[in-house]
Design a protein around this ligand. Structure first.
Ligand code: S3P
Length: 441
């Protein structure tokens, strides 16, 4: 699908975000292996949702969509009947994680605990993403794992059970990897200790604690002992990674005011707010609350005058999914923005360093890539052109926002990649913008 987007004259409105993808995946998986039943509402949307549900139902978990009185959550409330970690069924088919790295890596941790052989795979993009990062620790714990053609890529075959706790020093900061090991650690003999090089999103730690797991956290080290989990009702907060698109739009547009309702504000995810505030953005938080150990609140963003900054080091894991859209913000800032220490972006759903640079340079940005980041000289002007999503949802949506800020018409090839995580994105974009005439087609 090709989407045409024209410059917006004014940006104004209130948006409810889909449920946070990271929290949704954990809520569904951990409740599936808990003792008892729980509801998960505001569950994430899009194809990544299907990926997790298919894998868990493939393992015999009973998950059903349920009706609620709340019209806002009609399509996103599920009842999960937890079966405990010992009672999963040997899947009849290969489990398919689609495009979802989180599904693949978290479910692999679960498969490693089960005394049967199973295979998990994904789409083309996922088959090219590194899996040695989970294969190595799971093998150390005692799982037998074989990658495609003896490689460390999907599809992988796992024969699990009989795991032993390990001490694992993680070579990279990755929430997917640490979560995979923690899930395996729930059924290993003895304690499993994970030492992280830097903090990454800690939704799994928070949820495990709230479900009664024996988990202790000491700075960068996480220790988990074999545990049974208690089912936990979870209302998933709005996805801050989806909110980031609107935050950047309002910050860069000269006539903008946007309110984002009930967005997750876990400090391990709010790097995008930190980075935009460092740039001078006008962001106000209100109605802060907490649900199942996760803070959330409303965010109001208005037009501002941004300045270039350096984004590096410990901030990177906190903005890892927001770097494409922050690169767009840098195009509308005064001076230079340098993003470094972000080599992980090359192994996401696409190589996001080159995809971002490719799209924004086609729109006339002064931007270049380095081995582990992006350097942008803000020119405060982009000119519409034909760009591509590289079948990556975050690139498609970044280019959509770029179109609202660029003169002329921006055409986005393979724009339907948004279906992975944010099906309503194009509709919300259209509702929010006041334009000369019909700015989305
Ligand atoms: C995620 C962790 C991050 C992030 C991904 C979601 C998670 O990946 O990029 O979109 O839910 O744990 P890494 O763990 O590979 O950094």
């Amino acid at each position: 699908m090709i989407k045409s987007v024209r410059k917006a004259q004014k940006v104004q409105g209130t948006i409810s975000l889909p449920g946070d993808k990271s929290i949704s995946h954990r809520a569904m998986l951990l409740n599936s292996i808990s003792d008892g039943s729980a509801t998960v509402s505001n569950f994430c949307q899009g194809d990544d949702r299907k990926a997790m549900l298919n894998c868990l139902t493939g393992l015999g978990i009973n998950i059903q969509k349920i009706q609620t009185d709340d019209s806002q959550h009609e399509d996103d409330t599920f009842l999960v009947k937890g079966q405990g970690i010992h009672n999963l069924s040997n899947p009849e088919k290969i489990l398919d994680a689609g495009n979802s790295g989180t599904t693949f890596r978290l479910v692999s941790g679960l498969l490693a605990t089960q005394p049967f052989e199973s295979t998990i795979t994904g789409d083309n993009s996922l088959q090219n993403r590194p899996m040695d990062r989970i294969i190595n620790p799971l093998r150390k714990m005692g799982a037998q794992i074989t990658g495609a053609n003896n490689s460390s890529f999907a599809p992988i075959k796992i024969y699990g059970g009989n795991l032993s706790g390990i001490e694992y020093i993680m070579p990279i900061a990755s929430a997917q990897v640490k979560s995979c090991i923690m899930i395996a650690g729930l059924k290993a003999s003895g304690a499993t200790t994970i030492i992280q090089p830097e903090f990454s999103r800690d939704h799994t730690e928070r949820m495990l604690k709230a479900m009664g797991a024996d988990i202790t956290i000491d700075n960068l080290s996480i220790k988990i002992k074999p545990s049974n989990l208690s089912a936990l009702d979870i209302l998933v907060p709005g996805d801050i990674s989806g909110a980031a698109f609107w935050m950047v739009l309002a910050s860069c547009h000269s006539n903008a005011s946007i309110i984002l309702k009930k967005v997750g504000l876990n400090p391990s995810r709010t790097g995008v707010i930190e980075a935009l505030r460092m740039m001078g953005a006008n962001i106000k938080l209100s109605n802060i609350n907490e649900e199942a150990g996760e803070p959330y609140g409303d965010i109001k963003i208005q037009s501002s005058d941004l300045n270039g900054i350096i984004i590096e080091g410990e901030l990177i894991p906190k903005v890892i999914d927001e770097i494409p859209i922050l690169s767009l913000a840098a195009c509308f800032a005064n001076g230079k923005t340098i993003i470094k220490d972000a080599g992980e972006l090359r192994v996401k759903e696409s190589d996001r360093i080159s995809a971002t640079v490719d799209g924004l340079s086609k729109l006339g940005a002064d931007i270049k890539e380095s081995s582990d980041g992006i350097i942008i000289n803000g020119t405060k002007k982009l000119i519409g052109a034909r760009v591509d999503s590289f079948d990556d949802h975050r690139i498609a949506m970044t280019m959509g926002i770029a179109g609202l800020l660029s003169s002329g018409v921006t055409e986005i090839n393979r724009a339907d990649a948004n279906m992975i995580s944010y099906p309503d994105f194009w509709q919300q974009l259209s509702n929010l913008t006041i334009k000369p005439a019909n700015n989305v087609s």
